[in-house]
Design a protein around this ligand. Structure first.
Ligand code: ACO
Length: 359
């Protein structure tokens, strides 16, 4: 038995390979360096789902198909659903996603791929008491998401930065949310159910819920000079430093540098980046001192926080943007699991009391 299934192999996959010792991520035969910054969200959809989703449009038709799906979701879900503004953005996106009819077909896959793009900006505006903005199907999914968020057309650099983020987080082996999605898909419950399982697993702070707290940590530190004392105090309280450590990587997460590059290209607030770099250096030094037997390095979530903040997403919505990127991975894994045809059903070892023997 292995706690947390650490080192347990639970699937063979052609989708992605996480080499934790070398700090290397391969997605469908391409290194992250080849993809991040050079590939659009739409191209990633074609790359990831190629051969997995019968009836999926050809690569050249994916942008229009996603645009049509965004418009359909806005008209059938956002404009009609009575949504409680007191729910957080992740709960709102999950609730709206649950209104999509379940299935394993290409239409369901396209709706799910478009869902966080439409539902995240809508959730944020509903919470502010503002009317959601309708999608523009002619735009790329990244550009349209930012337009629905802010109400103005993004710059080409902003849309490119969001594309880089979405591609960077598209797939990552059998992480907790992908495993959850595969378990549900293996029961043949449908892609909507699998994606809802993925969102639910993703939102936890030990997984995709980490970048919001990274912003809280940076705000609390405020100045590079305060970093060491504040981080020491957090560890003394028993807190974990958000954005550091990983189950698989024993070196720096390669996605951290892909995102740092995107932040630089965006020309975002250089003071904020300098603060983040100072906090990162202090955190790594302290973690080395306190956990000399455990290699704890920067993970993807640290620079995710900075990039999504620069793109004007609120920290409580960062997980929704992660879901926007990761949904393609969940759908690809769900279909890979379905194609394998085997229900996921491990064993447990009973360690509780036995019933009394009858006298
Ligand atoms: N801060 C302080 N201590 C840490 C951290 C951290 N960020 N990460 C791990 N540790 C310590 C643990 O306390 C533990 O110490 P111990 O052996 O003395 O008890 C040891 O390192 C091993 O930790 P585990 O939780 O057993 O390692 P695991 O591989 O299960 O955890 C995880 C990985 C959950 C990501 C962990 O590193 C963590 O909690 N990080 C902070 C949250 C975070 O950044 N999450 C995003 C991960 S990336 C992603 O999911 C997309």
């Amino acid at each position: 038995m292995s706690d947390g299934l650490e080192n347990v192999v639970a699937a063979h996959t052609v989708l992605s390979d996480v080499d934790g010792a070398a700090g290397r991520l391969v997605i469908r035969g391409h290194s992250l360096d080849e993809l991040a910054g050079h590939t659009s969200f739409e191209q990633m959809v074609s790359l990831m789902l190629d051969g997995f989703v019968p009836g999926l449009p050809a690569a050249k038709d994916i942008p229009a198909a996603l645009g049509a799906a965004r418009r359909e979701l806005f008209e059938t879900v956002v404009a009609k659903a009575a949504l409680p503004a007191e729910l957080g953005p992740v709960e709102l996106v999950r609730a709206m996603t649950a209104l999509i009819p379940d299935g394993e077909d290409a239409g369901t896959a396209l709706r799910l791929l478009a869902a966080p793009a439409v539902f995240t900006p809508a959730a944020l505006r509903i919470r502010q008491g503002l009317a959601p903005i309708a999608p523009d199907p002619a735009l790329s999914q990244a550009a349209d998401t930012l337009r629905m968020l802010t109400g103005t057309a993004p710059t080409q650099q902003q849309a490119a930065a969001l594309d880089t983020y979405l591609v960077t987080v598209a797939d990552h082996g059998l992480n907790a949310s992908t495993f959850a999605a595969r378990v549900v898909a293996s029961t043949r419950a449908g892609l909507v159910s699998a994606v809802l399982a993925g969102i639910s697993a993703l939102k936890g702070p030990l997984h995709g819920g980490a970048p919001g707290p990274v912003i809280e940590m940076l705000d609390a530190i405020g100045e590079p000079a305060n970093a060491r004392a504040q981080l020491e105090a957090a560890l003394d309280r028993g807190d974990r430093l958000m954005g550091f450590g990983h189950r698989v990587y024993r070196v720096r997460d390669p996605r951290a540098d892909a995102l740092k590059g995107a932040i630089r290209r965006l020309g975002a607030d250089s003071g904020r980046l300098a603060l983040a770099e100072a906090v990162e250096q202090a955190a790594l030094a302290i973690l080395r001192e306190r956990k000399p037997n455990r290699t704890l390095e920067t993970n993807v979530e640290f620079y995710t926080a900075l990039l999504l903040e620069a793109l004007e997403f609120t920290p409580d919505s960062f997980t929704c943007v992660f879901a926007l990127g990761r949904t393609v991975g969940w759908i690809a894994h769900a279909h890979e699991q379905i194609a394998g045809g085997k229900l996921i059903r491990p064993q447990s070892v009973y360690v509780g009391p036995q019933p009394r023997q009858a006298a």
